[in-house]
Ligand binder design. Sequence first.
Ligand code: ATP
Length: 232
Amino acid sequence: MLEVKDLNVHFGVIHAIKGISFEVNEGEIVCLIGANGAGKTTTLRSVSGLKKPTSGTITLEGADITSTTPQNRVSRGLSQVPEGRRVFPEMTVQENLDLGAFQHRRISQEDLDEVFGRFPILAERRRQLAGTLSGGEQQMLAMGRALMARPKVLLLDEPSMGLAPLLVQEIFDIIVRINEAGTTVLLVEQNANIALQIATRAYVMETGSIVLAGDAKELAQTDEVKRAYLGG
Ligand code: ATP
């Protein structure tokens, strides 16, 4: 479904992503795990078109999208939930969601009902300013906004960031349900523990390279991953 090949990304002289390749098959939850600064966010931003790679190719459903705009990628079915949620704080919940549908040039009541069904708290707070929501609610709003574009592949950057463990569990349960309803997921997480529990497959990144890859449950059992990422 999504294929990244020999991706290189630089920030000036910094070689942040060093020739990585990975794929996400239809129906999967694939996670990229790794320490702070490993290059997970940069990889995700290259996939969504927010950071231009130096070289490499990104293919979505067989089409080369490496040089397309972020907007074009949204209309092709790639939708990103950014790190730190980044909702529009001075706009209401409803307005934030409407913006998510903007790529479709229409705001459908059906899409809105689906998002409110998934996140009932957002329905209750639809007229509240997004900046006044709790961290967990803002994460739900950022996810709801991305879902309004009806993505085929949902890109999630650190959904657990700054959330209490119970809320992290709730957000991850919702990710699983979104996936079960037919959306493919590419997830970036520092919290390897929970990411490996829900993922089909995982890639471990270290200083811009992929150092390990495989079935998520199997990776979670390896000494390397246990020691470096699971605190065991
Ligand atoms: P985190 O979880 O902290 O976001 P990460 O694995 O997502 O970490 P990136 O944010 O992708 O890592 O960063 C990868 C490397 O690229 C780091 O060395 C970082 O310092 C560098 N980098 C990221 N953004 C920039 C930028 N705008 N300018 C310069 N260097 C950057």
